[in-house]
Each structure stands twice: as structure tokens, then as C-alpha cells.
Design a protein around this ligand. Sequence first.
Ligand code: FE2
Length: 317
Amino acid sequence: MRYQLAPMFHRPYLLNDLSQKLIESHYENNYGGALRRLNAITQELASCDFKQAPGYVVNELKREELIAMNSTLLHELYFASLGLAVKMSATFADVLARDFGSVERWRDEFIAMGNALAGGSGWVLLVYLPRDHRLINQYASEHAHGIAGGIPILALDMYEHAYHIDFGANAKAYVDAFMRNINWTAVEARYEDALKVEPPRPLVQPEFGDVPGVTVEEVKAMLDGNEPLQLIDVRPQHYVSRMKDMIEGAIWRDPERVREWAGELSKSEPVVVFCMYGFDMGCKTAIALRDAGFDAKYMKGGHWSWRSFGGPVKQHV
Ligand SMILES: [Fe+2]
């Protein structure tokens, strides 16, 4: 078998208001069932001739593999989320306050999401996003809707099989019981592990050395704050004459003639230059201006990042 069963992570008979019978049934029939399905599908995939198999066969096998895989992983996280009700540390309370406003607000959202799934099915997950260095609550419907790159650290199972034996249709009472049985020591340990995961690599432009850049968000904040800023659009002339949109607050200058127009700029105020996508012309012009003594940076992502971020543009003639 490719995938191995994980043992029960806690003693079911020590939980409060969640019966041993419920947990054992859940572990055997739903977690164990998912793992057994996953191994069976894996075997089928191993013997599948992908050059000959019809698309619907491949679709079904890979879809079922995804569902069984995530069901397996999320059930393991679910059982690992429960245990002796260990209180949340003050340090982790600060983390939740940072990302949700307060512990109460995190808890209110998490519980509301669980209650909203009553009568339906799916998971409520607390997930760490390395890309943004923050936690978020998310749904995972049908086991298969994880946030790409997110690391779940707490899982609430809202499939009916998770509570029907003890609570019937009273999903709200189950959610309350789950919240009372969270093992925060284990959750916080997973958070510590998640923090060690590197975020996706940023855009690297080694050919331009370490020319400093600013984000579109930072440029927008400077404009909104009426901070001194000389914002120069250095997209190629043929591109600007074809595309009639211009970032509000920017002026266009021909990147081929930077020596001619550099004298118009002030050396006492910062300069930000940008081209279509942020590198190439933007970086080259920023380097030329820095060599001439200006406090120049390039805008990361350029014109298209500005547009994609929703920054205001105007039409020029
Ligand atoms: Fe389940």
C-alpha cells in the first residue's frame, strides 16, 4: 500500500461531549474508508494505460484520487485537532488578533462557518498562507477545495457523519462541542511548522542587479498621501501610442531619450519609473537615473500590475 494509516492522535474516551462511539465510527468508516479508497484508486492508476484510456476514465480516476487524498489528509488533521482541551496561549491569541482583529472575531467567523454548513457538507479550516504570512478561515467543500499553497492547521469536519450519532441534526451543538475540545498545543505546533515554509519565490531580475523597486500599492499610497513623487511612464513609444491608457499622476517620457529629459526632474524628490511589466525598460531607466544622481526606483510589475491591482488610469490622446 502506498499510503499508510495514521494512528488515532488522541484518546477518544477523554473528549468532552463527543462520544467514543462517534469518534471510533468516524475514524474507521470515514477516515479509514478514505484511505482504503485512496490506495485502491492508486492501484488502478498504476495499471492505467494513459495513452489508450478514454478521457472520462482518466478524469474520474484523478478526481476520485483528489477527493480520497484530501479526505484522508483532512481527517488526519481533524483527529489531530482534538484532544484534551488545552487552552490557547497568549502568543497565539496575539497571532489571531493580528489576522482577524481579535480571538473572538476569529472564533465567531469559524463557528458561523461551521453552523452555515449544517445540513450540507464540507470542512472549515484554519489555514496559514506563506505567501501573505497570515492565517485565514476557509471552506473546503467535497474535500477538494484547499487554498493553493495554504497549510491547514485546524480542521472542523461538517459532514453529517461527524456528528449524527451524538447530535442528530443538531449541528450547532456539535460545533460548540468541537470548539471545547480543540487541542491548542497541537494547533500551535502546526502553526510553528507552517511558519518555516518559505513563501513563493518573488520575481527575480538578476540581470538588473539590485536596483530598488517599489510595489504598486506603495506608489498608490504615495499618490493618495500627496507625498512628493515624480512618477514616470517609460513604456516604449509605439506601445503608448497604441494603448491610450495612462496611470493617473504619471507623465510619459521616451525611455530612449532619458539623457534629454532627466534634466527636467528634481533630485530632491523621489522618482519612480515603470514600463509595461516592471522590468527591462523600468529597471534600465531607474539605473540610468540613479547613475545621474537621482533617487530613482522602478515600480514592480509596471503598468499591467497597476491595472491588475485596480489602480486608476486615464485616457490620453
Ligand atoms: Fe469525516
